[in-house]
Design a protein around this ligand. Structure first.
Ligand SMILES: [Mg+2]
Length: 199
């Protein structure tokens, strides 16, 4: 099976590190549970431009290098790869963050279980690059693992299934029937295993 895997908040615990950085910078005390929208800047009633600037500042800070993998991600990825699945990373990070992304992946996934990494368009790059759905279609992704409900909805028609890793910011969307919610990485692996018999 070809599996597409998002990076931030799927492989990598982005939001907790970002909040540590933001709280330090703004003297705020935002918690993970407070992030109920994908658009982070709604936390402080900011603008998208402020949000983008802060994300870029974060990626050049020491906090970005301290991001940890999500619980169970390393073990599950290893297992999926050793079961023979093709794993492709699909991220909407900015291209300028490619070096820090490569560095983080080499540190936390030293066996390099991924075939490739694709940088998709995001709401800030304004259609300069392929969308996640374009990439899933071109790669013939069977299963996409995502945390953004809008990306799950966009990619559902071109994938057999999308597995949405549960987070506070993706709980309020109504989802297509082939989008399945998982509460942990072991559950992601289980859903993939079960779907092998139905695809
Ligand atoms: Mg993500």
């Amino acid at each position: 099976m070809r599996i597409g895997i998002d990076i931030d908040n799927v492989l990598c615990d982005f939001t907790r590190s970002f909040l540590t950085y933001t709280n330090e910078k703004m003297g705020a005390s935002f918690r993970y549970e407070d992030v109920v929208q994908y658009a982070l800047w709604t936390l402080w009633d900011g603008t998208m431009e402020e949000g983008v600037a802060l994300v870029k500042d974060f990626f050049s800070s020491r906090h970005a290098r301290k991001m940890l993998p999500l619980d169970g991600a390393q073990e599950a990825v290893k297992k999926l790869r050793s079961s023979g699945h093709d794993l492709s990373l699909i991220t909407s990070r900015f291209l300028e963050h490619r070096p820090i992304t490569d560095e983080w992946l080499a540190k936390h996934f030293p066996d390099n279980p991924f075939l490739e990494i694709h940088f998709s368009d995001n709401i800030h790059t304004k259609k300069e690059r392929q969308t996640k759905a374009d990439i899933c279609r071109n790669l013939r992704v069977d299963t996409l693992i995502e945390d953004g409900a809008h990306y799950a909805i966009e990619c559902a028609p071109v994938c057999q299934q999308v597995i949405l890793l549960d987070h506070p910011w993706n709980r309020n969307s109504s989802l297509p029937t082939n989008v399945r919610r998982a509460y942990s990485w072991p559950e992601v692996a289980e859903l993939i295993q079960k779907s092998l018999t139905t695809f």
